[in-house]
Ligand binder design. Sequence first.
Ligand code: UD1
Length: 438
Amino acid sequence: MLEVCEMEQYVIKGGAPLRGEVTIGGAKNAALAILAAAVMTDDTVVIDNLPDVRDVNVMIGAMEDIGASIERVDRHTVRINGSKIERLSVDYEYIKKIRASYYLLGALLGKYKSAEVALPGGCAIGSRPIDLHIKGFKALGADVDTGYGLISARADELIGNHIYLDKVSVGATINILMTATMAKGKTVIENAAKEPHVVDVANFLNSMGANIRGAGTDVIRVEGVERLHGTEYSVIPDQIEAGTFMCAAAVTHGDILVKNVVPKHLEATTAKLVEAGCKVVEYDDAVRVIAEDMQLHHTAVTTLPYPGFPTDMQPQMAVVLAVAEGTSTVTESIWDNRFKYVDELARMGAQVKIESNIAIITGVDHYTGARVSAPDLRAGAALVIAGLAAHDGITVVDDIYYIQRGYEDFEVKLRGLGGNIELVDNEHDLQKFILKVS
Ligand code: UD1
């Protein structure tokens, strides 16, 4: 399951509106943190609604590598026991595949007062500092060293503290939260991230006996506990997977009922799609996006920490706006290099100009199919939905292993909505598809 097949491509014949129902899986980014936190008890923990995506499987590999026992109950459920952890050191092999394996640092430091993780480098969407994680660990009494490609943290005793995060960071909030859960006394995290997955991690830790209040607000308060116990927990639905299908409905002028979601988590995406001219209907645990025969309009989008518009939805939204009437702007305020897909989108006919962190998009009538490469996970998904909207030609998306990091059965779900998309791994199948659709 871990091997990367660089030959795999998506081949797409676009033009048909996507219609029907799609069911959203568990949130990748919540799952990664919850898995790491599961080793903080010696009891057995059962986690379900895990998405079967590459990042989650790499995380499971990293945990097995340090000695956690992990049993797959079914495709979306694992049983984890962290009582026999024998190494407090996470290898570069994992961190280079998923930065989120650094969540094991916060988890192991909390439980064993010592941990070491290879230092993550930059990545496709920009430089990714971890100074705030380190600031938090130090405030809790740990000595933190970086060097030799490693970040090591250790403490004789972890003691709760008041920690102000200079910038809203999902990763730092979650990492500090995990460590603080097992520190002595009270910790207050100020300017904490409020993302739904931060709340999910806090709920998970509380279900193991932690004492965390305020998750989902700017101020999280933690009363440390000595030990955590086993639990059974179900991961929240993935707001980004859901948002991607919402944008797919918009850009193909379709009508999709996106099921198994928390509509509140999707509000920013919903608001922007409504501004762009779509109709969005919210149900208890579903949203329906209707764009059939509707003209899409320009709008302005700025990425911000939750409840602002998510940076992980930025490329998908840009793909919608690039075929909307008028001039739109998309401002990226979280990452410094998240417009790499724009040149690929231009190959499909989009007109986009980048000025520092703003994409200025002049809407065109429609996309045309082209051969493009996924530059990263979300931009890759965005190119796929652009391909499904393309009126003429065939779109071939290369480097789809990025997409497989975060979308389970992406092409299967899209086909279920009427999308003409195939995953191919050789030239023969690629030509066969092209022949079939032309
Ligand atoms: C998580 C998500 C990622 C998403 C991002 C923002 C996971 C696995 N990944 O990443 O998909 O795009 O949230 O919603 O959950 N920063 C610092 N110092 C730090 C940490 C962060 O300056 O120590 C800065 C970053 O450079 C960035 C901003 O804070 O500009 C937000 O980063 P952060 O929220 O930490 O992102 P991740 O948790 O890495």
